[in-house]
Write a protein that binds this ligand. Structure first.
Ligand code: IMP
Length: 206
């Protein structure tokens, strides 16, 4: 977890997006994320070695950076593991509020049946997206289904309630704040920051 010693080198301390003004605060540095993703890659390579193959399904767009770093780390840790990849896009029926009602805007291109599927998501917030995806993927009868998320907003029991027996590999547990960077956006901005930063709204512009 980032300490208060972090300096905001890649993002100004105040940013304006449309009519909104935000203060920004660094939470995780790119190096720290890199180290953790490599560690996850090693763990996953070990865990999938006996299964012999791994099918990584990236939930676009937020997980794009995380998934490609993770796949590369897994493959570097085990050059013999057969890794295939696909991506999906999910959209919520309502605007900004998570309603739990989703639709696959772009479905998987490959069959999931009998595959060892790892769903890669950017963040676990309410968990409603993953809850819906777990049902959708589960219905396709994969040989196994696990989840990897870059960050989990640590709201007590939320993940446990939603995941049940499903294994989730978590990069970082973070406090419940709105964060951007490393794939995560606000209004499609900030996805390409190497680190993860908190955005807090300060005032509405006139
Ligand atoms: P859920 O609430 O766990 O279903 O998350 C739904 C989606 O909301 C995630 O995949 C993210 O794309 C987005 N999201 C949730 N929290 C944040 C955040 O702090 N920053 C940016 N996007 C977020």
């Amino acid at each position: 977890m980032g300490s208060s010693m972090l300096t905001n080198l890649e993002l100004p301390s105040v940013v304006t997006v449309g009519l909104h003004i935000f203060e920004t605060k660094p939470m995780l540095e790119a190096d720290e994320i890199d180290r953790r993703v490599n560690e996850m890659g090693h763990d996953l390579a070990e865990s999938y070695a006996d299964r012999g193959e791994l099918h990584v399904v990236t939930v676009m767009n937020g997980a794009l950076h995380f998934a490609s770093d993770l796949r590369r780390s897994i493959q570097a840790a085990d050059p013999n593991l057969a890794i295939t990849s696909d991506q999906i896009k999910v959209s919520s029926y309502t605007g900004t509020q998570s309603s739990g009602v989703f639709r696959l805007q772009s479905p998987p291109t490959a069959e999931l049946k009998d595959k060892h599927v790892l769903i890669v998501e950017d963040i676990f917030d309410t968990g409603l997206t993953l809850k819906w995806l777990m049902k959708y993927f589960g219905d396709q009868e994969p040989a196994s289904m696990e989840i990897a998320v870059a960050v989990n907003k640590d709201v007590p029991d939320r993940a446990a309630d939603i995941l049940g027996a499903t294994i989730m590999h978590t990069g970082f547990h973070i406090p419940d704040a709105f964060v951007v960077g490393y794939g995560l956006d606000y209004e499609q901005r900030f996805r390409d920051l190497g680190g993860i930063h908190v955005l807090s709204e300060v005032e509405a512009a006139k």
